[in-house]
Ligand binder design. Structure first.
Ligand SMILES: NC(=O)c1ccc[n+]([C@@H]2O[C@H](COP(=O)([O-])OP(=O)(O)OC[C@H]3O[C@@H](n4cnc5c(N)ncnc54)[C@H](O)[C@@H]3O)[C@@H](O)[C@H]2O)c1
Length: 245
């Protein structure tokens, strides 16, 4: 199936991790013909991802951004519009977690961190990008959910649950204006976020998987590429959850 993504402009946050889902999303979209903006708080990582995307013969730009800072997010969008003239696709992939801790040992600073990056961060980037999509009556927004209801990451999970409800509501607000909003829920994978997780947790998740393996970046990237395309033509406000949970 040709996803018809040639010359679409895709902004991907959290694209700097060299073992993360964001980089795989950038490279898959680049292979499909998109131009790529690789944005991350880790600028060196973003530059490496952008360079690999460019080697796939697309145009690419690396931007340093902290999604918890409105000034930086607005500047990222302005820089993108300045260079590419439009944003067709936003992949709200940046995410992070405070230390694994039972709820009663977490600080309010931990709560603010988890919700600030994982929920408000995605809202902030969507708010900055949407006026440009609305002006052209075209857009694809893919938000990133994640593990919910899990011990020791309770507030991260609460933020990721919030992403699902935000996705549903926003899809209803802008769907009739040509903007499709959906979310992906990656399975547990050994990315930058998770590589320090206890071995038992990773083994347990692997065992629970029908495939007896963890989630790979390509598993996420292929789903995102579909959600970013016009082949996703009658699906809005949905969470595509990978894995068995
Ligand atoms: N790995 C998993 O098991 C898993 C499962 C479900 C959901 N997710 C989600 O997938 C997404 C990608 O994470 P990953 O697993 O590839 O981890 P990762 O750590 O490899 O990548 C996350 C990237 O986000 C960037 N980032 C963090 N805070 C940022 C900020 N404030 N501003 C800009 N960039 C920031 C990091 O620098 C990093 O490059 C995240 O939203 C994560 O919550 C991951």
């Amino acid at each position: 199936m040709d996803l018809q993504l040639k010359d679409k402009v895709a902004l991907v946050t959290g694209a700097g991790s060299q073992i993360g889902y964001g980089k795989a999303i950038c490279l898959t979209l680049a292979e499909e013909g998109c131009h790529i903006i690789a944005a991350d708080i880790d600028f060196e990582g973003a530059k490496r991802t952008a360079a690999e995307a460019e080697a796939l013969e697309c145009r690419a730009l690396a931007i340093k951004v902290d999604v918890t800072k409105t000034v930086e997010v607005d500047a990222m969008v302005a820089q993108t519009i300045n260079k590419f003239g439009k944003i067709d696709i936003l992949v709200n992939n940046a995410g992070a977690s405070s230390e694994l801790r039972p709820f009663m040992e977490m600080t309010e600073g931990d709560w603010q961190f988890d919700i600030g990056v994982n929920l408000i961060g995605q809202m902030r980037v969507a708010r900055a990008v949407l006026p440009h999509m609305l002006a052209r009556k075209y857009g694809r927004i893919i938000n990133t959910s994640g593990g919910q209801g899990m011990p020791d990451i309770s507030i991260y999970g609460a933020a990721k649950g919030g992403v699902v409800q935000f996705t549903k509501a926003l899809a209803r607000e802008v769907g009739d204006k040509g903007i499709f909003v959906n979310a992906v829920g990656p399975g547990l994978g050994k990315t930058g976020l998770v590589w320090r997780a206890p071995k038992e947790m990773l083994e347990g998740e692997k065992g629970a998987s029908m495939l007896n393996r963890l989630c790979e970046p390509a598993d996420v990237a292929n789903v995102v590429a579909f959600l970013a395309s016009n082949k996703c033509s009658y699906m809005m406000g949905q969470l595509v959850q990978l894995g068995t949970s």
